[in-house]
Design a protein around this ligand. Structure first.
Ligand SMILES: [Zn+2]
Length: 63
């Protein structure tokens, strides 16, 4: 019987420290959380998208 190759984990563990930004003694969330399911929104250039429920939030730059 052939040995089974160890499957490499597809899931990368995201470090908690990378989700937050420390400015001074304040901890700021880099990513917004979804208002529907409270999941973390994926930040894109001009929009935030929830991967769990599909919530989309377009951020418009105001000048
Ligand atoms: Zn969501």
């Amino acid at each position: 019987m052939p040995k089974k190759a160890k499957s490499k984990s597809k899931h990368k563990n995201v470090k908690q420290s990378e989700k937050y930004e420390v400015s001074g003694d304040k901890l700021t969330r880099k990513f917004k959380s979804c208002p529907k399911c409270k999941s973390m929104l994926a930040a894109h250039a001009n929009r935030s998208v929830c991967g769990s429920c599909g919530f989309k939030e377009v951020s418009v730059k105001k000048e």
